[in-house]
Design a protein around this ligand. Structure first.
Ligand code: M6R
Length: 590
């Protein structure tokens, strides 16, 4: 949620470099953007409403500068307009900053600052920080003023601040990601690595309550709570810049759907020690909870079914935002498994914080290995899906499902059996994901592209996949879509079915099969148009999408055609599937 990128070095094209880097972070927010760059005497600011990808640096030349900061916004406080776009600054543009996160007590501080004579132009929480730093600078240095300000701020944030008087670029983090890219006599500060991967793959990660101060060729790190200087390890990242590019595909979403042929294989190629360690912790725990949000939450719900069916284990699932309600049940023997692509989702992080306070062991199944979640977990299972840029999660979802399947088998002493099943699933997905398959789904997409509503039903481990299917369809096609447990429809929602209402029935070749087919038949009798996602065709289906019969990994194969359908519907309805309205890739606010 919001992308931050700053350059401090010897190149003369910092404004252009920052704009181009921000384009690679656009998935973090795309309602407005802005940059600030240092000229000899001043700090100049450029802000625009709309997507940064629409700004062509070849057509609109940006001035030369060697220090620039930039931001692409997903609005939280204040509407989408130029005033509320970042960077924010003090009246004389003496202090200029960009911010990702939420500053919870900003109204209180704003009132105090107004009394001191500060005037505000925007409705944002961020502008208040600039003025707070200015206020402290009446009696302190720039660096110390920032430290004092961060002590007063309540919330999660990543900030990058510059001022007119000094040549310093200062970054500080608490709860929102901030990573420093280290090049040859040049530095980059970003919310995510792809922004600078074209220049350097050497990084320093900032942890909470840490500050980076860059001045000339020098860089130092400070712990803001005790002012101690910190020595940081330089970490080499082995991502290739192309892995964060669209390549031959028109959108990241379809690229990432197609990548599932490889990402699933990588997810299974886990260090067996990781899986064994977590399986051991699950077996030992007195109460295990899985938490996640959105799609990662639906994956967690599948986990409940997988553990129950494969290893006869009772695991509780909770959405991250609901987890604090269970805190009374937590003890030092509890295990919490957090699932997340970004590792930065605020609600999941809060669940971890709540659990940590009770001494709970924390495990995370996460894609971004450098994320906050991975860094604060006792056990980490990286899903190895590579950068996922489309807002709609696809390849991370199936990689997480694969890990949970493997874990469920490992808890029953059958890790090899689980691995064999998944390897077979990968090879069948390889056969399935071909252009003919896409064309076949496209015929259906063209047929239903103008419907107002559609529904998805599933049973057992495919019930959460029905919920996940609904998220995929909602977020990119904007068609009203809802997922139900097959058996629940007749208790109310069946009233929504009218002639021609599309209903996707997710069928697995297991003990839920005959019941889900009965549910589809009930819907068909009320006029519903049944789309069967199933290993076998059936009379009740009006449209059959074939998927391989993969037993306990049916959630993995069943979600893929729905991902493709959602993508195609988005394109047919002229929506940008990579940047759905009102959404951002990682939700770093509560
Ligand atoms: O990064 P996370 O996996 O923690 O993100 C959780 C959700 O915000 C995320 O899955 C969201 O629901 C996706 N946009 C769904 O495609």
């Amino acid at each position: 949620m919001c992308g931050i990128f700053a350059y401090h070095g010897h190149r003369k094209n910092a404004p252009e470099l920052v704009v181009e880097g921000l384009k690679l972070l656009e998935y973090r927010g795309y309602d407005s953007w802005g940059i600030a760059y240092k000229t000899e005497k001043d700090i100049e600011i450029l802000k625009r409403v709309g997507k940064i990808s629409d700004f062509d640096t070849k057509k609109e030349k940006l001035p030369e500068a060697s220090l620039a900061i930039g931001h692409t916004r997903w609005a939280t406080h204040g509407g989408v307009n130029q005033k509320n776009a970042h960077p924010h600054f003090t009246e004389e543009k003496d202090i200029v900053l960009i911010h990702n996160g939420i500053f919870e007590n900003y109204l209180e501080i704003k009132k105090y600052l107004e009394k001191q004579g500060h005037k505000f132009k925007s409705e944002t929480d961020t502008e208040v920080i600039a003025h707070l730093v200015e206020e402290h600078m009446k009696t302190h240095t720039f660096e110390d003023a920032i430290k004092l300000a961060t002590k007063e701020i309540v919330g999660r944030y990543a900030l990058v601040i510059i001022n007119k008087e000094s040549e310093k670029t200062i970054g500080v983090r608490k709860g929102s990601p901030l990573i420093v890219g280290v090049g040859n006599k040049e530095f980059f500060i970003a919310s995510d690595i792809p922004a600078f991967l074209n220049y350097t793959n050497k990084v320093n990660y900032l942890d909470d309550d840490q500050m980076v101060i860059i001045e000339g060729n020098k860089i130092k790190f400070i712990n803001t709570t005790n002012n101690d200087e910190i020595k940081k390890r330089l970490v080499e990242i082995n991502w290739k810049p192309e892995s964060a590019e669209k390549g031959k595909y028109p959108h990241f979403m379809i690229k990432e759907i197609m990548e599932q042929k490889e990402t699933l294989a990588k997810a299974i190629e886990q260090d067996p020690k990781n899986i064994e360690e977590l399986a051991k912790a699950i077996k030992k725990a007195y109460g295990t909870y899985i938490v996640g949000c959105g799609t990662a939450g639906k994956v967690g719900m599948v986990g409940e079914y997988l553990f129950s069916k494969i290893s006869k284990k009772h695991i509780n699932f909770s959405f991250g935002s609901e987890f604090p309600n269970y805190q009374d049940f937590l003890t030092e023997k509890t295990l919490l498994i957090a699932i997340s692509q970004s590792g930065e989702t605020a609600d999941t992080l809060e669940a971890i914080e709540v659990a940590k306070e009770k001494g709970v062991t924390i495990a995370s199944i996460v894609n971004v290995e450098s994320s906050t979640m991975a860094r604060i977990s006792d056990i980490v299972i990286p899903i190895k899906a590579g950068p996922e840029k489309a807002v709609a999660s696809t390849k991370a979802t199936t990689a997480q499902l694969a890990i949970l399947t493997l874990l469920a088998y490992a808890c029953d002493g059958g890790v090899q059996e689980g691995k064999k099943l998944l390897i077979d699933t990968v090879s069948q997905i390889n056969d399935m994901l071909n252009p003919r398959y896409e064309d076949y789904i496209m015929k259906l997409a063209k047929k239903i592209k103008d419907v107002e509503s559609m529904y998805i039903i599933g049973r057992g481990m495919n019930y959460p996949i029905a919920l996940e299917s609904a998220i995929k369809l909602q977020e990119v096609s904007y068609i009203h879509a809802e997922g139900f447990a097959g058996g629940e429809l007749k208790h109310g929602p069946i009233a929504l079915i009218t002639k021609g209402t599309p209903v996707i029935a997710l069928v697995a070749n297991d003990d839920t099969k005959s019941d889900i087919i009965s549910n589809a038949t009930e819907i068909k009798s009320r006029g519903g148009y049944i789309i069967g996602v199933s290993p076998e065709n059936h009379d009740v289906f009006d449209y059959w999408i074939s998927v391989p019969d993969t037993g306990n990994s049916s959630p993995i194969v069943n979600i893929i055609p729905v991902q493709i359908l959602a993508y195609q519907l988005a394109v047919l309805r002229e929506n940008n599937p990579d940047m759905p309205r009102n959404l951002a890739k990682s939700v770093t606010v509560k």
